[in-house]
Design a protein around this ligand. Structure first.
Ligand SMILES: [Zn+2]
Length: 231
């Protein structure tokens, strides 16, 4: 096997390694991504706060309403017990009752509004809690499938690294250094020559050069410095 061919094979393994490493990174990113769940949980927390607040408001409206009703009851009993004889006082008491009753009507409206608000928020809390349940289920399933995928990719990576080491040991160090140097700059260090052209930069390779490359010499493209490989 020529040196160029050995390097070409090494490059194929390197490319595969790169691909698998990228896949591993993606799998790991997805494994740790729980943004949706975190967002839903914080949404639930704030909805629960709102609910507590609305319930407190409802309770105090109920108490205020009871107070008003109690006041009306007291005046009513005064009015109808016959203990108050003074006509002026009676008129005043009736006025007071009228005023209290209109306050009661307003308070009842407010209370109804608060009750429906509480109901609305309760429904929202329920929906979010269900969403969290679903997200947790999905998260667990994802952990399982992605965990499996991760260990598969890690196995392949370990195999590829082994293969890479084996190939690297067979190649003389000077050629390996040249390969690494070009790889660093060009990304791909070894390219094929097709129809007389370097497939890295598409410049025509002089016949003498590609003939040498074909014979097994380590020849670099004069234009892009990549190592030329002819099958
Ligand atoms: Zn070139």
């Amino acid at each position: 096997m020529s040196l160029a061919e050995q390097l070409y094979k090494l490059q194929q393994v390197d490319l595969e390694l790169q691909k698998k490493q990228q896949e591993l990174n993606e799998v790991e990113n997805r494994l740790s991504d729980n943004k949706a769940l975190v967002a839903a949980e914080s949404k639930l927390a704030s909805q629960k706060e709102q609910l507590e607040d609305a319930r407190k408001k409802q309770k105090s409206a109920e108490w205020e309403l009871e107070d008003l009703q109690e006041k009306v009851r007291r005046i009513d009993s005064k009015l109808y017990s016959g203990t108050t004889k003074d006509p002026k006082e009676l008129v005043n008491l009736e006025k007071e009752v009228k005023g209290l009753k209109s306050q009661i009507r307003l308070k009842e409206d407010v209370l109804l509004g608060l009750m429906s608000q509480v109901e609305e928020i309760e429904a929202e809390v329920k929906t979010t809690a269900e969403e969290i349940k679903r997200l947790k289920r999905e998260w667990e399933q994802r952990q399982e499938t992605l965990g499996q995928r991760k260990s598969e990719v890690e196995t392949v990576l370990a195999e590829l690294r082994g293969e890479r080491n084996g190939l690297g040991q067979q190649i003389e160090s000077e050629a390996l250094n040249t390969y690494e140097r070009i790889k660093l700059i060009r990304g791909q260090a070894v390219v094929k020559v097709e129809r007389g052209k370097c497939q890295g930069c598409h410049i025509t390779v002089p016949t003498s050069q590609w003939q040498k490359a074909k014979a097994g010499d380590l020849i670099q493209c004069t234009s892009c410095s990549r190592i030329l490989y002819l099958e």
